[in-house]
Every structure is written in C-alpha cells, then in structure tokens.
Design a protein around this ligand. Structure first.
Ligand code: PMP
Length: 315
C-alpha cells in the first residue's frame, strides 16, 4: 500500500497522509522531544475482524511518557482507543496492522526545552510487514553501547530521541553479524534488546530485569508475566541479571509488540542450550499467538475489535 493512499489522524482530524506534514525546524525532529507507541493489530479472516492488542495499556503508557515530557494528552485514553479503531476502519484494513501514535513538540524555532512549546499529536496506521525474520531464532550480541540511564534520559518513557540508543546498538549488532543487540545498563546488568524486553529461563524459573534496570516496561512483557503465572504456574522473578547469566540460561527469548515472542538462539556466539527453541518459550509463544488472534477467551479484554458493530466508514 502506498503511503499516499493512507488516511491518518493529525491535527484533530482524519486526513490523507500527504496532507499531514511537519516543518524542518520542528522541535520533535531537531531535538527528539517526542514520545510514541507501537501497537499491533491482528487480522483474523475467520472472524473478518482486526484485533488491536493492548490498546488501552499502550495509551496509558503514552500518557506517562507525555507527562515526563511535560506534555498534555489531547484526548482521554478512551477517546484515543475510539479514534484508533475508527482510523483502522477508515483505512479498511484487512491485514495485520501496525499503529504508530506519536506526540511531539511542534514549535518551529531554535532553543531546546520542554516548557512553553506547542504540541502536536498524530496516529498513523499501516499494514504490517514482519519486523524480525525469526523462525530459526535470533543470534544476539552484547552491545558496546550501554542502555541510557534513568538519570540521563528515562527509558521507561518511550521517547523518540532515546531511540538513537537503540539504533546505535542495532546497527552495530548487524555489522558484527548478529541479528539483534542486548544492551547492558550502565552498571553492567542486562537491560533489554534494541526494541524488545528479554526473558531467561533458569532452573525452570522465568527471569526478567525488573523495571529499575532501565527498561521500557513492555506491554508484551507484562502479558507474558501474567500468562506464565496464571496459565502455566511458572515462578517469575524480576531482578537484576548479570551478563554471564545469559551464557548458562536454559532458554532466552525477546518480547515486544513488533516481534511478538522470539527465541534467542545464541548470545555472543555461544548457543543457548542446544540452540533450539525451548519448551517454556514454545508454550508461551503459542499461547500468545492464540491470544492475539482472539482464541484465548479469558484474555479477550486485551483485544479491541476494530469492526465489531462498526459500519466501515468512508474516509
Ligand atoms: N523495549 C524497547 C526499547 C522497545 O522499544 C520496545 C517496543 N515498544 C519494548 C521494549 C517492548 O515493549 P512492548 O511489548 O510494549 O512493545
């Protein structure tokens, strides 16, 4: 689909993608003073329905990011959920979808700051193409770039400018022959991937860095913690994790909206166990795959159906 065929939400209304532009001096572009979300929609042909996953949780996180950046959300979370569903319906998507809401400082002048700057809000939704081709697992390498620290720029907020940290790490990983980077925090503990949270299995227990380890508190991370406990009776421990614990892990996997759940085949060229997907990862990944396609009734509240009861709007 060509971008020029898309309907987007910008400046309080639905517009054509080409009619929603920003100027070269925009603060959000020049200084990275913006925040955003990445949300996925799964198209289920049998239901003729597009399910948006954890729409509420994503907008709640956006509200926290916005508050950190001294921004005022233009709409309530409920309104944003309705606008997003409407946007997808207007685009008549019948495929997996990726939704990108963003807020940014929109002044076009010189002078970095957060205060006394106008703000803009937009939502773009596009048909989704796969983010990581991960059928055979992911070869990960520890990045020489450390995760930004909360005391410098908070990774807990999904801030546009912070993604230079992820981009440096990702490109270094690819240049070194890996598929993905694992970033350590300033004190050497495992933080996360360039755009994913990380989990380890050790003695059958699920481990993941706790929220004080300079991670983005992922919506998928939260769902997987709940599923692991409620559906599989697994013990889940959130704590600081050493780099060397990765090498002896029974299983490692990444979670994120774009990637879903992908297993890590190796870390720093050391195979994780035998390099194949492990049983815990396997069962969590298949449960999650069923959940996002509407096949786990207990978790339906995590899904927002776009077309339910909605006549397809004309753009
Ligand atoms: N960490 C980072 C740095 C990310 O960009 C993402 C993707 N939003 C995640 C973790 C995973 O978060 P979520 O499950 O909410 O997509």
């Amino acid at each position: 689909m060509k971008l020029s065929e898309l309907t987007v939400y910008a400046e309080g209304e639905f517009r054509n993608y080409d009619d929603a532009k920003i100027g070269l001096l925009t603060h959000g572009l020049q200084y990275g003073t913006g925040c955003f979300e990445g949300i996925r929609g799964y198209w289920v042909p049998a239901d003729r329905e597009l399910y948006l996953v954890q729409l509420r949780e994503h907008f709640e996180r956006l509200a926290i990011s916005a508050k950190i950046l001294l921004m005022k959300m233009p709409h309530s979370v409920d309104e944003l959920m309705e606008i997003t569903s409407n946007l997808c319906a207007r685009n008549r998507f019948e495929s997996d979808t990726y939704v990108r809401p963003c807020m940014f400082k929109s002044a076009e002048d010189v002078g970095v700051r957060l205060h006394n700057v106008p703000e803009a809000f937009a939502i773009v939704a596009i048909p989704f193409t796969h983010y990581l081709d991960a059928a055979g697992g992911v070869a990960a390498g520890i990045s020489s770039w450390r995760r930004a620290d909360d005391s410098a720029a908070p990774p807990r907020a999904k801030i546009t400018g912070l993604y230079v940290n992820s981009a440096l790490a990702k490109s270094e990983a690819i240049a070194n022959g890996f598929d993905e980077a694992i970033l350590l925090s300033h004190d050497g503990h495992v933080a996360e991937g360039s755009a994913e949270n990380i989990f380890l299995v050790k003695n059958g227990v699920l481990l993941t860095p706790d929220p004080s380890q300079n991670v983005l508190e992922g919506c998928t991370r939260r769902a997987i913690i709940d599923i692991a406990k409620r559906e599989f009776g697994l013990e889940v421990v959130e704590r600081a994790i050493d780099r060397s614990e990765l090498y002896g892990a029974e299983e490692i996997f990444f979670t994120g909206t774009a990637v879903g759940i992908v297993y890590v085949r190796s870390v720093d060229r050391r195979d994780v166990a035998d390099g194949r997907i492990g049983p815990v990862t396997q069962k969590l990944a298949s449960f999650y795959e069923r959940l996002v396609r509407g096949n786990e009734p207990k978790y339906k509240e995590l899904l927002t159906p776009v077309y339910a009861g909605r006549a397809v709007a004309t753009a």
